[in-house]
Design a protein around this ligand. Structure first.
Ligand SMILES: [Zn+2]
Length: 567
């Protein structure tokens, strides 16, 4: 169904969009939906643009600014779909031009729109009035030889392409930035432009940039394989507390000393254990990880130390244990407190004598294995409770390393999130736009009781729930928003004024507010009636209309509460 230009919403009514703006001045943030925004002055942007043009040349600069607009258009197409789910396609589409106006970029006047999402047909002509890019041409850059509204054009192309689900290209057929009378743009599917292919090349990063990225990628992969060889591989982080752990590992890695990793569940103990191994002289040897809690107690000895044929019913053949498999390398015993007393005794012997006997065997075997143990409960306590051997504890506790919980190294969260995004993009063959600014802010405010593992799960959920080319919203990350301190938020009211409101997401409804404040129903009724009377200049009929009551019904209530008698 082709739609001619007949929107249901009034084009000048974009309160739903305005409501998305929130000022969080005390936090230094401005939000637009889930996107963090900036209020920037035009003149500094003009100076920046001049510098880019001067240093890169017009063609390359044009590409930069087209792509700047392009990214913003993608984000806004996403927002429009979310905000107007029940509207007709034209009303949803018009959120784009309206957003352009709302953001102070340009006033957009639709001249002709013909669109049909089903067939993919699109034709649009718009006039741009007071484009910011024309303004900086007039004030800073001087007139251009060709159309100058680059960022605006990139936005229009991305917004419409995302909206239509196919490549739509807009061109400025005339532009005041190059001396024409008006800025007018025309948009249609890429194939319908003679030079559509050439033009859409602007939206791909410059070949030089791509080449640089390629080189950088090669360098990175070389570096990381080099680092692996050198045993420099640590995992991810740059915070002070994480660096401290890394320095400890550096020290521990040399030599054969047992290492005890302490920390809450999910902090990445296995990653650290592996990096101790990779940084040690045993890096070429095997690294065997065992979760002691995952093996049934009656099998743990055989699993760790091996078993001889006929040792017990079911032991049909001899088998080496994990310690023998780790010979020459490192074994990582997670949740070591779960070891049975007999397994603890054998482990102590391995640590003291470097030898073991398989279950049901009397031959002694030499093993050369470094032990890294980990626990998320206190081993001292387990010793006190009689669940863990004191002598084994002292053996394991030679070099304890405490790994900080994620909440103590939140500055590493963006890096970690980026790492998991890459992982799940590959795994699910998807490419989201990453966390929305708001989702990231929420993550940075959350306590992460499940630590990095919880973050990994949350990111996986986000990637699954988010479509390609959309940002991962707070709703996709968290089933219910995690508790955090409510922050004062200023909103834009219907008249465009900034006013104080509640933090989004934790917004207390007016009814909650009334109930929590202990205000009675009578007080509510009375206050509403007084307010209505005031607004109606004490005219009972007028106040009744405001409250949706008949005049007699209101008059009765006014008398009953004594409001009318007062006047
Ligand atoms: Zn223009």
């Amino acid at each position: 169904m082709a739609v001619s230009y007949k929107p249901q919403l009034s084009y000048s009514d974009f309160r739903d969009l305005k409501d998305q703006i929130q000022f969080q001045s005390t936090e230094g943030k401005i939000w637009f939906g889930e996107q963090r925004m900036l209020l920037m002055n035009l003149s500094s942007l003009a100076a920046f643009r001049r510098e880019i043009v001067n240093s890169m040349g017009i063609e390359r600069a044009k590409g930069f600014f087209l792509r700047l607009g392009y990214l913003s258009g993608l984000k806004d197409a996403e927002l429009a779909r979310k905000l107007r789910p029940h509207c007709g396609e034209l009303d949803i589409f018009l959120a784009g031009p309206q957003l352009h106006s709302l953001k102070g970029m340009v006033k957009v006047v639709p001249l002709e729109i013909d669109l049909d999402q089903e067939t993919g047909d699109f034709y649009g002509r718009f006039e741009w009035i007071d484009s910011w890019e024309v303004e900086i041409c007039k004030t800073e850059l001087g007139l251009m030889k060709e159309p100058a509204c680059w960022v605006l054009l990139g936005y229009a192309c991305a917004y419409t392409s995302s909206f239509m689900g196919r490549e739509i290209i807009f061109r400025e057929v005339s532009c005041r930035g190059c001396g024409d009378e008006k800025c007018v743009i025309e948009g249609k599917p890429a194939e319908q432009w003679k030079d559509g292919k050439e033009f859409s090349r602007y939206f791909k990063a410059d070949p030089i940039i791509e080449e640089l990225y390629d080189l950088q990628e090669q360098l990175n992969s070389l570096r990381s394989s080099f680092q692996r060889q050198e045993g420099q591989y640590y995992g991810i982080g740059q915070s002070a507390s994480y660096n401290k752990v890394c320095r400890m590992i550096d020290k521990a890695a040399q030599g054969k000393v047992s290492v005890l990793l302490l920390g809450e569940t999910g902090v990445g103990k296995e990653v650290i254990a592996r990096s101790v191994h990779l940084r040690s002289a045993r890096a070429d040897g095997p690294f065997i990880a065992v979760n002691c809690a995952a093996i049934p107690p009656d099998l743990i000895e055989a699993e760790l130390f091996g078993v001889e044929k006929g040792a017990y019913t079911g032991a049909n053949q001899s088998r080496e244990g994990r310690f023998e498999r780790a010979n020459g390398g490192t074994i990582f015993l997670d949740e070591v407190v779960e070891l049975t007393p007999r397994a603890q005794a054998t482990l102590l012997r391995v640590l003291q004598e470097s030898e073991l006997e398989r279950v049901g065997d009397n031959r002694t075997r030499k093993v050369n294995v470094r032990v890294i143990a980990a626990t998320n409960e206190s081993l001292e306590q387990a010793v006190e409770d009689g669940r863990f051997r004191a002598d084994l504890f002292y053996r394991l506790n030679v070099f304890p390393v405490r790994i900080p919980p994620l909440r103590e190294r939140l500055e590493d969260l963006p890096l970690l999130a980026g790492h998991f995004l890459e992982k799940f993009h590959a795994q699910y063959e998807k490419r989201t736009l990453g966390l929305s600014d708001k989702a990231l802010a929420l993550c940075m405010n959350y306590q992460w009781p499940g630590n990095i593992r919880e973050l990994e799960n949350v990111i996986e959920r986000g990637v699954i729930l988010t479509d390609n080319n959309e940002s991962i919203s707070q709703d996709a990350l968290f089933v219910s928003p995690p508790p955090s301190e409510p922050m004062p938020i200023e909103r834009i009211d219907a008249d465009g004024n900034v006013c104080i409101g509640q933090a989004a997401g934790k917004e207390e409804s007016w009814s909650d507010h009334i109930i929590n404040s202990g205000i009675s129903l009578e007080e509510v009724e009375e206050t509403l009636m007084r307010q209505a009377m005031e607004q109606a200049n004490q005219n009972v009929s007028g106040a009744a209309r405001i409250l949706g009551l008949t005049r007699p019904a209101l008059a009765y209530r006014l008398k009953k509460t004594g409001i009318l008698a007062e006047n």
